[in-house]
Design a protein around this ligand. Sequence first.
Ligand code: IMP
Ligand code: MG
Length: 189
Amino acid sequence: MAPIADNQNDLFPNLERVLYTSADIDSRVQELGAQISADYAGQDLVLISILKGGIMFLADLMRSISTPHAFDLIGASSYKGGTSTSGKVIITKDVTLDLRGRSVLVVEDILDTGHTLSVVLELLKIQNPMRLDVCCLLNKNCSRAYNIPLRYTGFEIPDEFVVGYGLDYNEHYRNLSCIGVLKPEVYGG
Ligand code: IMP
Ligand code: MG
């Protein structure tokens, strides 16, 4: 198994395996940031992250982008605390920036069924941004009924429940600096 930060050993026993170490994540985020900087040069870029899982990725990605940009946050929740989606997406916080005519890039932690993102994208579209795309750190390998404008992907992952680097199980594990697969016995899987 890949190494984990020493100060996170209490969380470690609940991981079945580490998928990406913090060094793996860091180098991929740097690559994504360089690509986004080149692609959006000269554009009025706004990054929008989805609370809460996307904030670590957003914070690191912003610092890897060398071109000027703004950011905003939207609150959306579809998980009621378990490991399978509830199907219903609740918007808990709207964006505050004016997005009309701007290049909007939604920064999301993980794309699973796409249900959450499809609701968020519909809401953002109402503001008539010039372009609307998605950057996901993790893309789960699963069948998807939604057509998501996925422009950037950090990693393609298997259809398993993962935690860490912002991703939670019952609001825990978000502070893990790596991304790992949770032991099924932890969530009764
Ligand atoms: P979707 O609506 O099925 O695409 O689910 C998207 C949201 O569910 C993500 O933004 C996460 O908050 C959560 N989610 C999906 N898969 C996982 C996972 O493996 N671990 C933790 N959260 C997940
Ligand atoms: Mg999320």
